[in-house]
Design a protein around this ligand. Sequence first.
Ligand code: TRP
Ligand code: SF4
Length: 326
Amino acid sequence: MAALRVLSGTRPTSQLHLGNLLGALDNWKKYQKEDAFFMIADWHALTTEYESHLSLADQVFEVALDYLASGLDPKKATIFVQSWVPQHAELALLLSMITPLSWLERNPTYKDQIRELADKDIKTHGFLGYPVLQAADILLYQADVVPVGEDQLPHLELCREIARRFNHLYQKNVFKEPKAVLSKVPKLPGLDGRKMSKSYGNAIYLSDSPKEVEQKVMQMVTDPARKRRSDKGHPEVCPVYTYHQIFNAKNETTVAKECRAAERGCVECKREMCQTLQVFMTPMYETRSKLKKNKQEVVDILKAGSKKAAAVAQETLERAKQAAGM
Ligand code: TRP
Ligand code: SF4
């Protein structure tokens, strides 16, 4: 059977954290035996961050380090930067011609984000067109599957609708409709028990040193009802326990039992969890630190990936322009 064409990406708005690793990267890695393309979506970052004056180039580099350290392998998958492949911008423009404004205005993610990011002025042409650019990202590569989180489903649906409309308008089968695949992982809580997110300041980053990991773990919230060491705990409401379940699964039942019987204290419980987490994260941290000193090597990987991506993208773009009579 022919390999599946796979495409996914993240926005380089911050370094990646453990939640991104479990929710996205670990899932992507499974597709490396297929024909996979993994993108750093810097244009998409600019849609909401155009006023933040971040150095997007630096952020792209940091996310590239996260990708590589977490095990994305440039020998297997094509790793590239969206803005280094100009075909993305060009196809997005072409698709914008045929995308009804009403489809974008009723996109639930658009409405949510306008509400949630009230401190940012994102009532812009670029942000409204976010899903059009995302459709271009996917359609350029004729992707069969797009591994994403649940929040991206409306964008995937719009992508399919845009593909269908284009093919129908020009009576040519230019674009393939992609399928979204969701990763089935539990949501990872952050240090404060809410969903891990850089905007909550509760994240453990892949770039955190073993020492930083320890400091963060030691300040994690636990069962709020357990005030004294002698109080019986409720592991089911404790974020530290969720980490034991994910990273220390072989001791999960012991931890729960001892917690319920007040046979273990929260400090020792965190220490044990921290140690397993460090065993898991330290190799990533070391690879990342090594690569960070070899900036040119990373840039070369991204350049080679972008060149390979551009060759595939160009072919689709030409067919699309031709279909539209250009
Ligand atoms: N919108 C995605 C996110 O915020 C990032 C993204 C951009 C993407 N282009 C994509 C994901 C194409 C999958 C396919 O996570
Ligand atoms: Fe959480 Fe462990 Fe404390 Fe129980 S003992 S409340 S699982 S940190």
